[in-house]
Ligand binder design. Structure first.
Ligand code: CA
Length: 152
């Protein structure tokens, strides 16, 4: 008998509690033709997206309610088009590099990024390195679990 296991190494990230849902967010710029504002990244709705203008090193940031130990983030890429714009992504937690994603992403892709080790911080910053449009549908910010919280 063969048992097929559909669990992946990143299930703990994908199903983790999101610390950023509903918080206030900022981004480097936004295209006023569309309502692709920073809040859209943490509203829990994949149809609403974040998009900056085509800038050098566009970024999106959120301040958590308090300092947290973070093990990683999960992006949901925009579904409607342009998923390849999600590339050369750098995620910082508390001013330290958590993870990078070279990409390019695809439409609707779920992209879990685990910090190289859990990082403590309040501010989470997402930057597209180089010139481009930083765009995604959602970001979830996932706290490290108990065993990491002990080894601060
Ligand atoms: Ca959204």
């Amino acid at each position: 008998m063969v048992t097929i296991c559909l669990l992946t190494a990143d299930d703990d990230l994908i199903s983790g509690e999101d610390l950023a849902l509903g918080l206030e967010a900022k981004q480097s710029s936004w295209d006023k033709t569309y309502n692709h504002v920073s809040q859209n990244g943490v509203d829990g709705v994949t149809k609403s997206i974040v998009a900056t203008q085509r800038d050098s090193n566009p970024y999106w940031t959120v301040e958590l309610q308090k300092e947290e130990k973070i093990k990683g983030v999960v992006f949901i890429n925009r579904v409607d088009c342009c998923g390849e714009r999600f590339n050369n992504i750098h995620v910082m937690v508390g001013g330290k590099e958590c993870a990078t994603f070279k990409g390019p992403g695809s439409n609707g892709e779920i992209i879990p990024l685990r910090c190289s080790h859990p990082l403590t911080g309040k501010k989470v910053e997402v930057t597209l390195k180089g010139k481009g449009i930083l765009s995604f549908a959602e970001i979830k910010i996932i706290a490290a679990d108990g065993k990491y919280q002990l080894d601060r």
